[in-house]
Ligand binder design. Sequence first.
Ligand code: G6P
Length: 586
Amino acid sequence: MCSILGLSGDYDVASAIVDSLQKMEYRGYDSVGVAVNNDSEILVKKGVGKVKVVNDSIHMDKLTGNVGIGHTRWATHGGVTTENAHPHTCNTGSIGVVHNGIIENYVELRKDLEKNHNVVFKSSTDTEVIPNLLQIYFEKSHDVKKAIMDTVQKLKGHYAFVALFKDGQMVGVRNHEPLVLGIGRNDLLLTSDVVGLPENISSVSYIEDKQFVIINKNKYRIYDFEGNVAQSSIKTIPKSYQNVSKGLYEHFTIKEIFEQPKTILVAGEEKNNLEKIVEFIRDSDYVYVTGSGTSYHIAVIAKYLFSRFAGKKVEHVMASEMKYSSQYIIPNSTLFAISQSGESADILESVAIGKTKNAKILSMINSKNSSLARESLYSIGLNCGPEIGVAATKSFTSQMAILYKIADKLCDDCLGINFNTVSDAYEKMLSNTSKIRELAKSIKHIQNIFVIGRGIHYPIAKEGALKIKEITYIHAEGIAGGELKHGPLALMDSSTYVIVINPDDDSYVDNASSIHEIKSRNAKVIGISNKPDANYDYWIEIPTIRTDLYPLIEIIPLQLIAYYLALERGIDPDYPKNLAKSVTVK
Ligand code: G6P
């Protein structure tokens, strides 16, 4: 989703803003812009494309001014054009705004501003109403605080924005979208995500919902929307969140895939929270597990794991679908919300719905200070470090590892898993990727691919297909093996490829029938298995491991197939078109 940024220092801030925007580009990357204050107006430079490309062409980093704002966009209202890129200024050019979220009533606000205040709009965004409202209210009171309070009264929707006034005062406003204040020795920063913090700032204060912070030179003060001074606490951010880099890897995606032998070992390593979560799940008659995208696949896996090993029935619900079936949520149940970012709008909405039914909210998140964490009774952390690649990889295996840990506790240690064996299996698979690279080369022109799996391997098939879809733009479908004959077989011919997740467990025999059905239609089979089979056109070998643990390891070749296929097709896997890492709009 869009990232917003504001920096006030005792130096020219534009270049630091560009650096931070680059780090936050995963949130949105279709266009970018920077503005700085100047005594008489706000100076803006913006363009379409990624931060580096736009900066190389228009040199946003060369703007001079001690206070500035910046933005990377993921278009919601208005096409991807320079006019629609942020920052947006008011008609007098005295206030600039960068915004994340949606102003739901912008059409009526726009009409009113055009009709009654002669505002001429330069873009087709919802954002542009904000600087114009601010300007009208500021002209009346000459008071930044009052102008903000009047403006937020008018705005409907979920949003966060940073406004820069030409005298150098800057304001960050939060209403259901993330906003963090970074506090440095000589500088103050507003950002959507701590990943955007420059290296010299590690103290932060999380701005709460319906609060705003006014920054004037090196001073700040936080208020609620009623104008009362708000208390805030200051936290220190671990360095790993600020020094996010690709290192020697070509992309974040492959770096994050290769981090998994380590990250799998630290997932959910928070004994107390784990025990609390287990306790709630054990004691609840009804448990709902929810998530979006990859995190939803984890919810489906939870159903298989908890029922198989703990005899616990759970219901999985896609976060975006929760409101359409909320009437079925049994009062006083438990809602376990899964989200890497903890900021997805759909998951936050599903939690809000759960709360109306008095559900106890538990969560699994990577970002411990996220909105979801703050909405939860207990949260358990993935501890896998920042994930930048838009396609979730290491967060998925960490989420799954935590599910295994919960299942194990629910069944009184019946699983007794040693994650070192999983980590070793990862090392083995990652030490030689040549076969997968060859496969990617030979199938790079295909238009459709199916991934099948049975039982707990079905959500893994869905996840594998999602990876391929997200970063290769090949149409990919994850299918339960038994369902092939109920429709998908109609699509099989000699140009079709089917990846069969086929570990040597209780799904193996049934998969043999699926493979025959596929081969009889001349389609090609790519087997992911620890056992060879003469029917495979390609065999991607996985290590033999304890039967229950195959789901944790069979996803690795699927991630690698997606990554190398993206490279073969000339796609930047870190920044697939039209997607964003953290989707904070509904
Ligand atoms: C976006 C991302 C997906 C991710 C989903 C849920 O759609 O592109 O990779 O799985 O959001 O994100 P969350 O942070 O809630 O897990």
